[in-house]
Design a protein around this ligand. Structure first.
Ligand code: FES
Length: 103
């Protein structure tokens, strides 16, 4: 596992998300209402769509293509048409920088 810097905290305002590509991974970084930062894979498990192009409401992200929703804290798929969860990654904030643990 490697900790990789993905963005500054200022780049992800409260309640918003950001798509980044690092080390061959497409990640979505979320800044939740409780002020925590989270990271998941950015590509939906249903078809090809980037979750960061969708909508973040509370701790749920809605896919822009068919409105599938995932819990970004656990990766759990919450509704149809989703059959598979998304991967979640550990996040740490250090001195205004967001780091994600990649395998
Ligand atoms: Fe995400 Fe279909 S591509 S719900």
């Amino acid at each position: 596992m490697t900790w990789v810097r993905v963005a500054t905290t200022a780049a992800v305002p409260l309640g918003e998300m950001l798509g980044v590509s690092v080390n061959g991974f497409k990640l979505a970084i979320y800044h939740l209402d409780d002020d925590s930062f989270r990271a998941t894979q950015n590509v939906c498990t249903h078809e090809f769509a980037l979750l960061s192009d969708g909508w973040l409401e509370g701790s749920e992200v809605e896919c822009p293509l068919h409105a599938g929703r995932f819990d970004v804290r656990t990766g759990r798929a919450l509704c149809e048409p989703l059959k598979r969860d998304i991967a979640v990654f550990a996040v740490e904030v250090r001195d205004g920088e967001i780091f994600v643990a990649l395998p």
